[in-house]
Design a protein around this ligand. Structure first.
Ligand code: ADP
Ligand code: ZN
Length: 721
């Protein structure tokens, strides 16, 4: 009798035992369909000794129904799943779900039906039909996806299908991807780049675990340099994964990739259509996708022959997932290299303190690119003390910054103004009664967006149309905007320089690959004089004509005061400063601040990165913060405030009393209400040597919370709200 243990995709059950039917050989890693009562469930076959479960008597075991014909998950990938679940206090099935992240890839036919406009017109035109026909020009997708593109219901589209205005098309889903050519257009590297590239190429040849920190100043050509080990991996028939923090960045990357390797890489991110997902997943799992470029979710895909991972802009917080499995893709990437035996490269001009510490202690090999490519100089950085050189009343740009913009306009050079706030104003209030617009689902102010004429919550996505009268006192035309967002800065710039060509670059305006590509082309061709952007424009971009960067409010990021506020401010400002002077002309950076003496601002204006990191390292050591100690957060939430509070208090009553471990809380979270759930937080600080995860698991296991309660554990948290 052949007992088969399965990790099943069901949170409550998690592990179930089955048996193999007569004549079926079932290997660990196989993806199978099994019965569950009258229904069916998908699972992954596992080594029984690695996945404890209650033993079911042999005679009660039901047979597996079928093995899905996709390659089994490899043993190292199964170890990675176990490690991730263990380290981040998540269930193995929730991690495995990120591996099997395309339901369609497991079943479904090899062809599918998509729909597109046929060119015909409906017998009767309605506003919705008109809207759909206009929006769907050139689109081809499933009905559901078309409905979302057009902003109409699926019913409207089905009506158009029955009239022949929209027609079905049969498409093959799993067409192979074009192979990349490692020698398509090999650049000539500088001596400095060559040295680094050679080390990495050798590491790829060795196919052993080797973590690298590629620490190179902005504009040093980190991309060109890590393309070389990628090319070597392709020559060796190994797969390569490049992780980027933001989809908006990929456009820029794709162009450079195509120029180097002759084809586009395989893309993986959350806004892929289901068919694109399926095609990519299958190609990846069958080893026909050579190079995958993706967001953090690309990390868990079942590559059978991965030979290199590059994490670009590795310091970026978007590699940390803040819901579901709260993992940091940067760290898990290194673990994947460890389990599967290949090099991992973390590239950044402003590495995370944790990564620098790993390099300092010799755990990671540090590779440096200390100068810009092609002789470009790093920009000159200066601060503007807003207490001494304030802007005019109701304005946000100080006279010196305005003069610098004027100078660049006269010289036909480009400027970039950075403010990490989307929208027009972060707060709207009634001048008459003081009423403030707040989100109904979150403890957050609604942010005014003038371009889309909405008040929006940046936490839950709730939107409303600004009313003509105050909802509290009924006064007409009494709403005032408080504080600036990028749209307001854009207004100020337009008033000052009516002739200037201005572009607002945020996730609102660059919300699709097409729009991002348009923006990049316009900026590269000097068709924009002044770019006003959020953190989206702080990294990756290379605009040769850009010579001035203005930071509107460097103090903004320090206000939260959380563990990483100073580091994040340093990284953001240093990255945005790094956009200036990348071409032939030298760059200048002006940082507006009320605290020019603050250590992080002073380090930025002196260009003294080491001083900042040394001071920050000491502060962390003193606080027992990472990398010297460990932090974990526990977030208790419920739709009922009293229920959440009482659960948090009960948990607090049994807090572990352990030497070297301190539990703070429970306290209402700074975002006390989020998406309609009331939230309470604990912060746990432990010594490096404490077995933090085991302590947390034992602590939480003592409690049986009511079904309305959600308990989130966040190891190495980045978010403190
Ligand atoms: P980083 O990512 O380190 O900020 P990039 O990789 O964006 O720097 O490189 C800066 C610019 O220099 C890019 O336009 C890039 O194409 C160019 N560049 C870098 N190295 C080379 C090289 N060896 N040959 C030609 N162009 C290069
Ligand atoms: Zn909200």
């Amino acid at each position: 009798m052949n007992r088969i243990r399965c990790l099943v995709f069901n949170r409550a059950l998690e592990v179930l035992d089955y048996r193999a039917p007569e004549g079926m050989a079932v290997e660990p890693g196989a993806i199978v369909v099994a019965p569950l009562g009258p229904r069916q469930i998908t699972g992954i076959v596992w080594e029984p000794e690695r996945l404890p479960a209650q033993e079911v008597p042999a005679e009660k075991l039901r047979p597996i129904l079928e093995i899905i014909p996709v390659p089994p998950l490899s043993a190292p990938l199964r170890r990675l799943i176990e490690w991730t679940a263990d380290y981040y206090c998540a269930s193995p099935s929730s991690v495995a779900r990120m591996v099997i992240s395309s339901g369609g890839a497991l079943n479904g036919p090899a062809t599918m039906t998509e729909y597109r406009l046929s060119g015909g017109m409906p017998e009767r035109m309605t506003p919705q039909r008109e809207q759909a026909i206009e929006a769907l020009q050139g689109e081809q997708a499933t009905i559901r996806e078309l409905a979302s593109i057009a902003g109409v219901s699926e019913g409207v589209l089905r009506g158009l299908v029955s009239q022949g205005v929209i027609e079905p098309v049969t498409v093959a889903i799993d067409r192979p991807f074009d192979p990349a050519d490692p020698d398509y257009d090999v650049p000539e590297l500088s001596a400095e780049q060559r040295e680094v590239a050679d080390v990495l190429v050798n590491a790829v040849r060795a196919q052993e675990f080797a973590p690298f920190l590629l620490d190179g100043v902005t504009g040093s050509g980190k991309t060109e340099t890590y393309f070389e080990p990628m090319a070597e991996a392709i020559r060796m028939g190994r797969q390569v994964l490049v992780m980027l923090p933001e989809i908006a960045l990929t456009e820029n990357f794709l162009k450079r990739f195509e120029a180097r390797f002759g084809v586009a890489p395989v893309l993986w991110h959350s806004s892929l259509k289901s068919t694109e997902r399926r095609r990519a997943w299958r190609a990846i799992s069958e080893d026909s996708a050579q190079v995958v470029v993706g967001a953090r979710s690309a990390l868990f895909l079942p590559y059978p022959k991965l030979g290199l991972i590059v994490v670009d802009e590795a310091h970026e917080v978007s590699f940390k997932q803040d819901d579901g499995v709260r993992y940091n893709a940067r760290d898990v990437a290194v673990m994947r290299g460890h389990f599967e035996g290949f090099p991992v490269v973390l590239a950044s001009a402003t590495p995370a303190l944790e990564s620098l510490h790993m390099a300092d202690t010799g755990t990671y090999t540090r590779l440096e690119l200390p100068s810009r490519f092609g002789g470009a100089e790093l920009p000159h950085i200066d601060t503007i003390d807003l207490t001494e050189e304030p802007p005019e009343r109701g304005r946000w740009l100080s006279p010196r910054l305005v003069a610098a913009l004027e100078d660049r306009l006269a010289k036909h050079e480009q400027s970039l103004l950075f403010l990490n706030r989307r929208g027009y104003a972060p707060l709207t209030l009634c001048r008459n009664c003081g009423f403030r617009f707040q989100c109904a689902n979150c403890s957050a102010w609604l942010v005014e967006h003038r371009l889309s004429a909405r008040l929006a919550c940046h936490h839950c996505g709730h939107e409303e149309v600004p009313p003509a009268t105050c909802p509290e006192c009924g006064e007409l035309d009494c709403l005032v905007a408080c504080g600036p967002g990028v749209e307001r800065i854009a207004d100020e710039v337009a008033e000052l320089f009516p002739e200037a060509r201005i572009a607002v670059a945020t996730s609102d305006t660059l919300n699709s690959p097409e729009r991002a590509a348009e923006f990049i082309a316009a900026a590269e061709n000097a068709a924009i004089d002044i770019i006003i952007g959020t953190q989206l424009v702080t990294k990756g971009f290379h605009f040769p004509e850009l010579t001035l960067v203005g930071v509107i409010d460097a103090d903004l990021g320090l206000e939260g005061g959380d563990l990483r506020a100073a580091e994040r401010t340093y990284q953001q400002v240093a990255q945005v400063a790094g956009r200036a002077g990348r071409g032939a002309k030298p760059g200048e950076v002006l940082i507006q601040t009320r605290h020019p003496q603050a250590p992080v601002i002073a380090a930025l204006s002196d260009g003294n990165r080491d001083a900042f990191y040394e001071a920050e390292t000491e502060a962390r050591r003193h606080a027992g913060a990472p990398p010297f100690g460990r932090w974990a957060a526990i977030i208790i939430s419920s739709e009922d405030d009293a229920e959440a509070r009482s659960a948090a208090n009960r948990l607090g009553d049994t807090r572990p009393q352990i030497d070297g471990l301190m539990v703070l809380g429970p306290a209402p979270a700074p975002l006390a209400l989020l998406r309609g759930r009331y939230r309470y937080r604990f912060l746990v600080n432990a010594r490096r040597t404490a077995n933090l995860q085991q302590v947390l698991r034992d602590w939480l296991a003592q409690h049986d919370f009511p079904p309305g309660i959600r308990v989130g554990v966040d190891i190495d948290p980045y978010s403190f709200v």
